[in-house]
Design a protein around this ligand. Sequence first.
Ligand code: TXA
Ligand code: MG
Length: 353
Amino acid sequence: MEFIDLKNIKNVSEYEKLEQAGKIIREGGLVLFPTETVYGLGANGLDSEAVKKIYKAKGRSSDNPLILHISDIEMLGKIAKDISDIEFKLMNAFWPGPFTIILNKTDIVPSSVSGGLDTVGVRMPDNEIARNLIKYADVPIAAPSANISGRPSGTSVEDIYDELADKVDCIVDGGRTNIGVESTVVRVIDDVVHILRPGKITYEQITEVAGTTVVDKHVLGKLEDGTKPPSPGMKYKHYAPNTKCVLVYNKDNNVTRTKLGTLIDNCLKSGEKPLLMCLSDNAKFFKDKNITIIDMGNSLDEISKNIFTDLRKADTFNADLIIIQGVSTEGLGLAIMNRLLRACNYNIITSGD
Ligand code: TXA
Ligand code: MG
């Protein structure tokens, strides 16, 4: 297995080290690489056999499609067709960046990439390592988040090394990813933008560029049994620690704090071990309780950047219950709550009682 360390790049000439990784992709191998959102588990997106290795490595269901990553706009025309004005407008506004758009696919995109659908998700990442890797590979790279299916996405090589190292041909280490939650996924239907997965590019930003925008009801709601979701990924269990989790949110932090306190005390009284994951001010407030606390940070950017590492870490303390503080769903908060709700299997307390 190749290991390419690009954690502390001092000179752009160091990107030349990616030539070897690009060759591995082109020739059908698997490469773990950073993007600005999370790490990706990449393969040649035009090679059906290579793509199948991704599903096998992740233990991912074959009907859950992959995103194709491109380095420049020339690659787009090869893989997608019938692109509308509004779709171009969105790509112009948010590429390169944490933004994926579902488009009609051309015939060269194998059905293993699209999970049998006639559409394909496309993204141009805003990360020099990712884009140089795609350039060297000279093919679009199919890449899901780097994690075993159902586990929190990988945002540093340390987090996923044990899970994936023996399943890939090359690891590119670019340090901790910046954004920490996966890209915003949208689909435009009759000129209306549907947000299928929220991310760093927010509802508010998309509305400003494209007008009418709707957040799919499954972003914050549970998929009812037997219904067909607009995005296959919504069907599957996501981001879940093995420990039972509960999410607590009220817009009044005093109410939230009281509820967190009650949950902690109830746990302790019944001889159980709680673990608290909360914002910095509440972490300080509860510091004298004799429990493990994971400080999620102060701002939405900080919370987002560390959220998957925090969820992974929370699982290592042998707690009986992980109590997690939620945030408002404005801006990047929508993406954070989407991930936390799934991690907690929709077990949320919003009232004060
Ligand atoms: O930030 C990201 O998007 C990361 C990095 C590596 O780029 N990738 C990522 O991929 O999160 P993945 O496979 O973990 O999530 C892609 C999501 C899945 O929920 C999938 O169901 C949905 O996008 N998706 C992909 N193609 C689709 C399509 N053609 N139609 C509907 N949903 C699609
Ligand atoms: Mg994923």
